[in-house]
Design a protein around this ligand. Structure first.
Ligand code: SF4
Length: 361
């Protein structure tokens, strides 16, 4: 199995750290390396790029400037601040972790690796990132950027998603850290992946580690890493209803556990095979709310691609017909004015519909 030679390792360490010192982007969490800010940024950056995460981060820090404020905030506020980032369990776990930090660590973010790893929502990657970036501990990080850079440096052509190969990357990342410089080295690796060693067109002529890069020398860099077969998104057809009564619209809160847990939504669900849209929505509303609806009218069709699903959403307006609403799926239900819909956190597809509803209601 390939290993970096001592000479190459020293070259990478020295050149990457000095490149990072000169070329790093000015990012708010890099101003003081306050552990709270580093933590929030790392959880946000797990699913999105810096450019997208920045406005979310700024808004979050303005609304929730301390660990204490996260611990005490209403969950709806947390989810609203996270709305659009996806993976909502991460937002819920941030709050659980904040509450644990208040209880177990007197409100101060723990600085021991084991204590960081024990927080809800923190895995090996986040614990390594927070330990090295906030506390400059010699702990490795391996994310998509790091895998790409290292696979190219090593000209590693095997499938990088296989567990034994992921283990190999963690081993390399650990051995490459120059002791006492983990903060700058780890960020340097990630920053190089984001700015120079980019997925499609690595800019090798401006790369500080080109001299020892096997992928660049072999002309294979742009084909690496090998990520194996891409899994296809599952297409699903969903119907939902905007149920109206006295100028208000019914919304419901999804259960904590499961997909998009804790978000608000319009009631509805998956359309069955050979089922028409109007029949599907009548059935769904009966199942979810124990009521019947009338005046069912198609108002919009929205397509949205989530991480694993491509949703084809058929949206209907309807009036309540018979029965009293009983929640069989959701944890809460509310009648709200069309204008106040934007105050609640919704899944991205429902949010698109809310935009369209402005023209109707
Ligand atoms: Fe990436 Fe090219 Fe630098 Fe190698 S030389 S690390 S392929 S940018």
């Amino acid at each position: 199995m390939f290993q970096f030679s001592d000479q190459d390792r020293r070259f990478i360490q020295k050149n990457l750290v000095s490149w990072f010192q000169k070329n790093q982007r000015k990012l708010p969490w890099r101003k003081k390396y306050d552990p709270y800010g580093v933590w929030i940024s790392e959880i946000m950056l797990q699913q999105t790029q810096v450019k997208t995460a920045l406005p979310y981060f700024e808004r979050w820090m303005k609304e929730l400037p301390s660990i204490n404020s996260v611990a005490r905030a209403p969950q709806d506020k947390i989810l609203k601040l996270w709305e659009g980032l996806g993976y909502y369990s991460r937002a819920r776990n941030l709050q659980k972790a904040a509450q644990l930090i208040i209880k177990k660590h007197n409100g101060r973010f723990p600085n021991r690796y084991a204590d960081i790893l024990a927080l809800p929502g923190i895995g090996k990657y986040s614990a390594g990132a927070i330990s090295s970036i906030a506390f400059n501990r010699n702990k490795p990080v391996v994310d998509g950027n790091v895998i790409r850079v290292m696979a190219r440096l090593a000209n590693f052509s095997e499938n990088t998603r296989l567990p034994q190969n992921i283990k190999q990357f963690w081993g390399w990342a650990e051995k490459l850290i120059p002791s006492g410089l983990a903060r700058e080295f780890n960020q340097g690796l990630m920053e190089l992946g984001a700015l120079v060693c980019t997925p499609k067109k690595p800019n090798c002529s401006h790369c500080p580690v080109k001299k020892v890069c096997k992928g660049s020398q072999n002309g294979t860099a742009a084909q690496l890493p090998n990520r194996g077969e891409k899994t296809k998104n599952i297409p699903i057809t969903v119907t939902l209803a905007v149920i109206c009564k006295n100028g208000k619209i019914f919304i419901q809160k999804r259960p904590e556990k499961g997909l998009m847990g804790g978000l608000w939504e319009f009631p509805g669900g998956k359309t069955r095979k050979n089922e028409t849209g109007p029949n599907a929505i009548r059935r769904e509303i009966k199942e979810e709310l124990s009521v019947t609806i009338k005046n069912v009218k198609k108002i919009a069709r929205i397509r949205h691609n989530y991480t694993k699903f491509n949703v084809d959403l058929h949206c209907y307006s309807a009036d309540l017909d018979k029965g009293k609403i009983r929640l069989n799926f959701a944890t809460k239900g509310k009648w709200v004015t069309p204008k106040s819909l934007t105050k609640f956190a919704f899944p991205a597809a429902d949010k698109k519909l809310i935009n369209d509803l402005k023209k109707i209601y």
